[in-house]
Ligand binder design. Structure first.
Ligand code: FES
Ligand code: MG
Length: 570
């Protein structure tokens, strides 16, 4: 098999000349023949001035390179798209598939025998793993790691659960202009990803559980020296894969691994976004992700990790308590420890090395869980024939069974215009409904599902209400919030039929979400819906591709033509 620079050579009749040309050009960078004759480990560089979460990426790249060279292979760094949550318009989710395609094609196009992908901010690890699954070259994932915590007035703060909580307090008039500015400088005190159990942390934990990254890679804080050593070790593993071969993504992304990922997602109080991303990753393999399985697993798996937003601590505390290996040890027979990892060791071997930290209370034993059931539930009903999700671990207990009057917003713009209107007819018992915020509707399924509490109710002390939408929600958010309603309203899902004043029933125990309007009336309303798409398909570019081919949330919002057919060869 062609290795190193010879990989993927096209001859056009003269392969020798192709190699001669490649070498001539690369020698312009000062490489020797000794360097160029070795197997190559590609390393993605996702540093960007627009992505503070990846602020440590250059240092990680250097450490990975060192590891690769120590193990006798040749590192080659190349750039790909980088996406940050706050700097991606219209939404980072809109760009995830673009990053997946970019990463996939650059791995395919350039000669490399293994690849290290370095990512972390919410959409980046999913995009990179989707790419890795499609290319199926040996891959080691290196997460950039979580930020360290901030402090304010003796309180520990974290991005961005506390961003929301303190901003709500500011909106309610409890925190003044000067203090909120001070808080602003303390919420994200270092580079790295949000240090609560948001989407970035969820994906990093899932990645480690599926064996795609090295043990402890999810939790070591971004600025710690230990993370650089992990990057160096990851480089060594990648070099070994490049030189000797070893597990490929297809060897790791097995039904066992997806099941383990779902168990861990439930046990950590993971982000609902993890569901969409896991479905997209599964779509790149011969296996599929079933919402129903996630719900069944959630009935058996307790929440064991006490992290915000469902609990009290932050990622660095999870790390010092033993991280994912300790969690897997506590989960015991709920996970399949025969699953392999990229180092060649099984999860069982990883668990055998898990640190047992005396007195830690961040990772609970099964005998004393945070919540007896898992963090996420899947709902069905006449409002969500294709399913919807709710993070019960971050919801208000008394609202889990609730029937209330709908207050409907037709779009994010409509909501922004009216939610704080003092004349808005709304009470704390109502159900806030937001639609046209799904994959095609917004587009890009923004994290608009965390509808703000109307200002006039916030000032009365209302902290939570039932809110439902076809949008997503940040994994760092808190509330009784029904998300990912499928099919979305923009393609005629039943959410399009709701009118203000209708009654909606949420029954989490019964796993249902229903619009209490009779069938005949719903049929009349359906006949009245405007024909054609709610939002015109854009004329050109990526936006057109997105609008035409994006799948619904239950299929991971990947593009329909990127999904692997069950019988397709890799
Ligand atoms: Fe990057 Fe939260 S904004 S992980
Ligand atoms: Mg997020």
């Amino acid at each position: 098999m062609a290795r190193g620079l010879r990989k993927g050579l096209t001859s056009y009749g003269d392969e020798g000349f192709a190699l001669f040309l490649r070498k001539a050009f690369i020698k312009a960078m000062g490489y020797s023949d000794d360097a160029l004759d070795r197997p190559i480990v590609g390393i993605t560089n996702t540093y960007s001035d627009y992505n503070p979460c990846h602020g440590n990426a250059p240092a990680l790249v250097e450490a990975v390179k060192r590891g690769v060279m120590l193990a006798g292979a040749m590192p080659m760094v190349f750039p790909t798209i980088s996406i940050h949550e706050s700097f991606a318009h219209p939404t980072s989710m809109f760009l995830r598939n673009l990053m997946a395609m970019d990463t996939e094609e650059m791995i395919r196009a350039q000669p490399m025998d293994a690849v290290v992908v370095i990512g972390g901010c919410d959409k980046t690890l999913p995009a990179q793993i989707m790419a890795a699954a499609s290319v199926d070259l040996p891959t080691v994932v290196v997460p950039v790691g979580p930020m360290v915590v901030g402090h304010h007035r003796g309180e520990v703060l974290g991005a961005c659960t506390d961003c929301r909580r303190l901003w709500s307090a500011h909106r309610a008039g409890e925190i003044d202009e000067v203090e909120i500015e001070t808080v602003n400088g303390r919420l994200a005190p270092s580079v790295g990803t949000c240090m609560v159990m948001g989407t970035a942390s969820t994906m990093a934990c899932i990645t480690e559980t599926m064996g795609l990254s090295l043990p402890m890679s999810a939790t070591i804080p971004a600025p710690h020296a230990e993370r650089l050593r992990l990057a160096e070790a990851s480089g060594k593993v990648a070099a070994k894969l490049a030189v000797e071969g070893g597990p490929r993504p297809s060897d790791l992304l097995t039904p066992k691994a997806f099941r383990n990922a779902m168990v861990v997602m439930q046990a950590i109080g993971g982000s609902t976004n993890g569901i969409v991303h896991l479905a997209a990753i599964a779509g790149r393999t011969p296996h599929r992700f079933a919402l129903q399985t996630l719900d069944e697993i959630g009935r058996e798996v307790p929440v064991l990790v006490d992290l915000k937003p469902s609990g009290a601590h932050y990622m660095e505390h999870f790390h010092h308590a033993g991280g994912v290996p300790r969690l897997l040890a506590q989960l015991g027979d709920l996970v399949d420890l025969d699953a392999p990892t990229v180092t060649g060791a099984t999860l069982r071997e990883v668990v055998a090395t898990a640190e047992d930290v005396p007195g830690q209370d961040v990772i609970r034993p099964r005998s004393a869980p945070i919540k007896a059931e898992g963090s996420m539930v899947v709902l069905h009903g006449n409002l969500a024939p294709g399913g919807a999700v709710l993070k019960q671990a971050a919801a208000t207990e008394r609202l889990l069974q609730h029937t209330g009057r709908a207050v409907v917003f037709d779009s994010v713009i409509d909501m922004a215009a009216r939610i704080d209107d003092p004349d808005l007819e709304v009470t704390a018992d109502d159900v806030l409904v937001l639609r046209n915020t799904g994959p095609k509707g917004a587009p890009g399924m923004p994290e608009a599902g965390y509808l703000p509490i109307p200002k006039k109710l916030g000032r009365q002390g209302v902290k939570d209400m039932v809110r439902i939408s076809d949008a997503r929600m940040s994994g760092t958010a808190f509330g009784t919030i029904v998300l990912h309603i499928t099919p979305e309203s923009a393609i005629g899902g039943p959410l399009a039929l709701v009118r203000s004043g209708d009654m909606i029933r949420l029954d989490v125990a019964g796993r249902s979400i229903d619009l209490l309007v009779d069938e005949d009336e719903l049929a009349r309303r359906r006949a009245d819906l405007p024909a054609g798409p709610v939002r015109p398909v854009p004329e050109r570019g990526y936006a057109r591709l997105y609008a035409q081919t994006v799948l619904q949330a239950d299929e991971g919002c990947d593009f329909d033509f990127m999904v692997r057919k069950p019988d397709e060869a890799s």
